[in-house]
Design a protein around this ligand. Structure first.
Ligand code: AMP
Length: 209
C-alpha cells in the first residue's frame, strides 16, 4: 500500500513557518499556496496532501479523521478541547501568549469584571481556577476596542510583541497561557498508518527548535 496522508495546516500568519518546517523534512507543495485559492494541495511527497483551513477547523478535521494530522495553535486546541487526537510535538512556531489586558489607566473597577474574548472556554477555566467570578462577552475580533468603549473592563487575547495592545492604550495584566503551534495526530490514523506517521513525527522533531 502506498502512503496517503493528509495534513491540515492553518491559513494566516503561521502558514509560512509551518511550510518551512515541512520543507525541512522534504515535503513541499507542488504549487505556490499563497497565490492559489485552492484548499487542497499535492506535495513533492507522493500521496501526501496539505489542506489549508481556518484555525478552529483544524482540530475538527483531525478529530473526525478527514485529515490524519494537523498543525494547530495551542490556543485553538485549548478552546476546542477535543479528545480524538494526540498532541505529540510542540513545533515551536507561532509562539505567543494569551494574556489578560486592560486600560493603562483603569481607574476603580467593580468587583465583578466584564471580560471580552474569543477564547471563552479558556477564559472561563482561568477565572474558575482562581475562584473569581466574571462575566464573559464573546467577540470575534478587534478585542482592544472593548475596554476603550466600555463594552468590557478587560480582554483576554493573544499577545505576541505587545504592539497591538500598546497602540490601543492597553497593558498586559496577567498571563493566561503560553502558546505555540502543535502537531496533532488523529488517534486511529496513528494506529493504522503508524509506519508513515511515526517517522514523520520523528523527522519533524529533529527539525523543530
Ligand atoms: P502583537 O501586536 O505582536 O502583540 O500581536 C497581537 C495580535 O496578533 C493579536 O491581535 C493576535 O490576534 C495576533 N497574533 C499574534 N500572534 C499570533 C499567533 N501565534 N496566532 C494567532 N494570532 C496571533
Amino acid at each position: 500500500m502506498s502512503e496517503t496522508l493528509t495534513l491540515a495546516v492553518t491559513k494566516g500568519r503561521v502558514l509560512k513557518d509551518s511550510l518551512d518546517i515541512l520543507a525541512k523534512v522534504g515535503i513541499e507543495p507542488t504549487e505556490d499556496m499563497s497565490s492559489s485559492r485552492k484548499l487542497v494541495f499535492e506535495t513533492t511527497r507522493p500521496g501526501f496532501r496539505l489542506m489549508v483551513l481556518r484555525g478552529m477547523d483544524v482540530p475538527t478535521y483531525v478529530e473526525q479523521g478527514v485529515a490524519d494530522l494537523g498543525m494547530s495553535g495551542r490556543d485553538v486546541l485549548l478552546e476546542h478541547g477535543g479528545d480524538g487526537y494526540y498532541e505529540p510535538l510542540d513545533l515551536r512556531i507561532g509562539q505567543c501568549q494569551i494574556m489578560v489586558a486592560g486600560l493603562k489607566d483603569e481607574g476603580p473597577l467593580p468587583k465583578r469584571l466584564r471580560i471580552a474574548t474569543k477564547f471563552v472556554n479558556t477564559t472561563k477555566r482561568f477565572y474558575a481556577e482562581k475562584g473569581v467570578q466574571v462575566d464573559i462577552i464573546k467577540l470575534y475580533g478587534a478585542m482592544e476596542l472593548a475596554p476603550l468603549t466600555g463594552l468590557a473592563h478587560r480582554i483576554v487575547d493573544i499577545v505576541e510583541t505587545g504592539n497591538t495592545l500598546k497602540a490601543n492604550g492597553l497593558v498586559p495584566i496577567e498571563r493566561v497561557e503560553i502558546i505555540s503551534t502543535y502537531l496533532i495526530v488523529n488517534k486511529i490514523a496513528l494506529k493504522t498508518k503508524h509506519q508513515y506517521i511515526t517517522p514523520l513525527i520523528e523527522g519533524l522533531a529533529g527539525v523543530t527548535g
